[in-house]
Structure formats: C-alpha cells, structure tokens
Design a protein around this ligand. Structure first.
Ligand SMILES: C[S@@+](CC[C@H](N)C(=O)[O-])C[C@H]1O[C@@H](n2cnc3c(N)ncnc32)[C@H](O)[C@@H]1O
Length: 454
C-alpha cells in the first residue's frame, strides 16, 4: 500500500512556516523569532548586559555560515553570547571587549571550569572568609548605600581577594565567580520581599545613576536585604550550570576592537564568521550603565557623575561618536573585517537604528553601508531588518535616560568581494543537545544543593 496522497506529501515534505514565538519578526521571515525567548544554554543567563543580543540570533548565524571546528570571531562580545554559543556548537572562537566587565563575562563563558571545580573554589573562598573576616570595610558610599553591612563585608572580602591579581591573570574559577557574582549583584526583589540579588531592590540590567538611586532609596524607604553572598552565589551557579558543558575553549582579549582586527592576534584570512554587534551611535553608555558591576571587577571611582575610573573607560569605548566620527570608526571596522575574513567567510554586523525623540529613526546600518561600503573590499549579501517586540527591548525600560534606540536592528550580512562560494541556505536545527542531561537531572542537582546547604 502506498501512503502517498496530497496531504501526506505536504505534511512531510513542505517545511512548515515558522511562526514568531516572541512577537518579533524579520524582513526575511521569523528566523530566530521562531523559537522561544528562553531558547539557549543555561550559562547565557550568567549576567544581564545592556545591548546584548539573544543566543538564538548567534545560533542562527553560526549554523547558517559555519561548520564544527570553524573559527568565529566577536570583537565586541559584551556578555559573551557569541563565545558561549560558538563553544557549545563545537566552533572555535575569539572574543574581545574593551570593557573589563564584558571581558570577564566573555572569558568566563569561553572557558568555564567544571561544576566540581567551581564548587570547590566557592567552598575555599568561604573558608578563607570565615578565617579572615575583615573587621572594617572600606568602600565608596555609593556602593555602601546598596548593601546590608553583613553582605557588604562578604562582598568586599571576595572583591579584595580577587583583585590581588589583575583580571587578565584570573583563573577560570575566579572568572566564573566574578561573572556569576556580577549577575546577582543587583536586581529587583520578589513581591514577598525575598530576592536572588544582593542589593536593595533595583533593575538588574543596568545601574541607575548614584544620585537617582540615593533619592529613590530615601523616597521609597528601601531596606537592604541581609543576604548571605555564598548562599546566593551557589544558587546562581546551580542555575547557570544546568546544561552540559562541552566544546573547544575560546580565546578572549581586552583590546580595542579595530586595533585587534588589525593586529597579529588574528591572522589575515582565517575567520569563517565574524559575528558582532558594535556599539550603536550614542545609544548606550557602557561605563555609566554598568557602574556598580564595574566597581565589582575593580574599576575604582565609578560612582558619582565625575568618577575618574568611569570617565576614562567611557572615553576609550566607541559610544560617544558624532555621525561623522562613527563613520570613520565603521570604516576601520570594515577594513579589519576584510583583513581577517577567509575568502568565503561571512560577516554579520548587528546594528540598531537610532532616533532622537520625535524624529524619524535613522537606519544606521543601511546609511553607513551606502556611504562607506564601496571600496571596503566587501559586498553586501543581505540586509536583514529585525523588528523586535517592543516589550523585549531593554532601552524601553531604561528609566533615567531617553535612550536613542528604536525597536529595529539591522543585520548587514557581508562577504569579501572576491568570494567564490556563496553557499546555500541551510535549514537551521533548533535542537539543543546540551540539554540532554534533562531538566530532571538538573533539578535533582539543585535539590541536592539546597538540601545539603539547609
Ligand atoms: C552592543 S554591545 C555588544 C553586546 C553583545 N553582542 C552581547 O550579546 O552581549 C557593544 C560592546 O562593544 C564594547 N565596546 C565599545 N567600544 C569598544 C572598542 N573600541 N573596542 C572593543 N569593545 C568596545 C562595549 O563595551 C559593549 O560591550
């Protein structure tokens, strides 16, 4: 008996149209919006970061344009979305960010310690704290206002312990402790007053200005929770270690991106995919938005508006440009991209449209490409417009700034102009093999930790 009929042919041989599952879509179909917003390895949730893109977007480009063993590069890696996604998919990765917080997060994800190594490291740290509990804690008053005295004593101890060495010398366990701690440093409390975070109740993704926070604490009579840092840290680690760890160790730098792409650290013609989201034009100030976490990773004088540490970082990062100087920055970025790409390699640059309040949004990626694309040695393969669901856009809730971001990102997909093989569209596999340990195993592990710690 043959089973062929019109409806079975359709059911089995025609790929179903993927519907958006997160309310967003792109000019080329749902693409990465066809899976849940929660799609991805548990370690992606280590620490929220302003301007981060979703793991599923990284997965889409990695699957579309690379094979296991290929080299993926992200010169503006932020919270480390690309290094983690590349690693779990068996790709080699070089990541980089000039911001020390982003460098710590990216390196922690590029080379995470094993579950048992990280637990031993936390136990050692706690033992050392109990043996050397500091009598006096010296921290800036902008930091002091956020934490209970007991919490602050533990925090200050761990920070001083880590900062005996520069972040470039930190081991994988130190990086993981620093990254996971950055993730729980501040955030909002639950309705019942409990919290997974260490601070007074405040947003998790960004830090509001110190003056705003001080007034907010006073006006709303906020209380500082007496949190045990070691307990909260173990909880956090248990959550981010739910999924299996595997894949090649990535290499991470803390350099200026365009200098890195022109340097010997990446050999010319070696990169299969350059996947990145450069800072947009004057949208997010990465020093100011992260001042509390920057203090945590050792940048002093980050608090008050004129904090010298934050100012020097703000001056170094490429987020303060006028359109003309941004264009020069973009020319340098394209030159570096052309230099490192393999002949048949691909670059995907995710760039948000920007708008001043009341004005039409500037399609930044398109405008830049039309003005400086010629002569870059690259050709435009695709311009994907990515319309984000408004409620998912972090800058919507950025209370203390009139952020210039719009709801639309554009992805410029580029190849070298001497490219010979344009490849074919591949069907993206959204399966997540690293979850095969299964939620049962993961939850059993969490239960075990809770039981032994209670
Ligand atoms: C849009 S964010 C990248 C977010 C990232 N895709 C993620 O998922 O987290 C841009 C990053 O560029 C970094 N940055 C700004 N100027 C830089 C420079 N000159 N060199 C290297 N990194 C820079 C910022 O610190 C920020 O982390």
């Amino acid at each position: 008996m043959t089973m062929s009929s019109a409806w079975t042919d359709e059911a089995f041989f025609e790929a179903p149209e993927r519907e958006s599952l997160d309310g967003g879509t792109t000019s080329h179909g749902a693409l990465w919006h066809g899976v849940s917003p929660r799609w991805g390895h548990s370690m992606h949730t280590m620490c929220s970061y302003h301007g981060m893109f979703p793991a599923k977007l990284a997965h889409y480009f990695i699957q579309q344009y690379t094979e296991p063993g290929d080299l993926v590069v992200d010169p503006f890696s932020g919270r480390g979305t690309v290094p983690l996604q590349a690693r779990v998919e068996g790709r080699r990765c070089v990541s980089n960010d000039l911001n020390p917080l982003a460098y710590v997060l990216s390196r922690a994800k590029a080379d995470p310690p094993s579950w048992s190594a990280i637990n031993l490291a936390v136990d050692d740290l706690e033992r050392s704290y109990k043996a050397n509990r500091p009598a006096k804690v010296e921290v800036p008053k902008d930091i002091r206002m956020l934490f209970h005295a007991n919490t602050l004593r533990q925090l200050a101890f761990i920070r001083a312990h880590m900062l005996r060495r520069s972040i470039a010398q930190w081991s994988p366990t130190e990086l993981m402790v620093a990254g996971a701690m950055a993730g729980i440093l501040h955030g909002s409390h639950r309705r019942d007053g409990s919290s997974q975070y260490l601070s007074i109740s405040m947003p998790n993704t960004f830090s509001m200005s110190p003056t705003y926070v001080r007034n907010y604490i006073r006006d709303n009579k906020l209380t500082k929770p007496d949190q045990d840092v070691f307990e909260r840290l173990r909880d956090k680690l248990a959550r981010i270690y739910l999924d299996a760890l595997d894949g090649p160790v990535g290499n991470t730098f803390n350099d200026d991106a365009t200098k890195l792409l022109a340097s010997k650290k990446i050999r010319p013609g070696t990169v299969d995919l350059l996947l990145t989201s450069p800072p947009y034009l004057r949208v997010v100030n990465y020093g100011t938005a992260n001042w509390i976490r920057l203090w945590w990773v050792g940048v002093d004088e980050v608090g008050r508006q004129r904090g010298a540490g934050r100012q020097s970082l703000d001056a170094a990062l490429d987020h303060r440009h006028t359109y003309d100087s941004y264009k020069e920055f973009f020319v340098r970025l394209l030159a570096g991209t052309r230099r490192v790409l393999k002949r048949n390699g691909v670059a995907a640059l995710v760039i948000g449209d920007v708008a001043n309040p009341g004005e039409n949004p500037l399609p930044l990626a398109w405008k830049l490409w039309t003005e400086v694309g010629d002569g870059s040695g690259l050709q435009l393969m695709q311009l994907i417009e990515d319309d984000l669901a408004a409620q998912n856009k972090v800058s919507r809730i950025w209370g203390d700034t009139k952020g210039n971001a719009t709801d639309r990102d554009c992805v410029l997909v580029l190849r070298r102009d001497d490219c010979e093989d344009f490849g074919e569209n591949v069907a993206i596999d959204w399966d997540e093999p690293y979850k095969d340990g299964g939620p049962d195993a993961a939850h059993a592990r969490l239960r075990e930790i809770r039981e032994t710690s209670s």
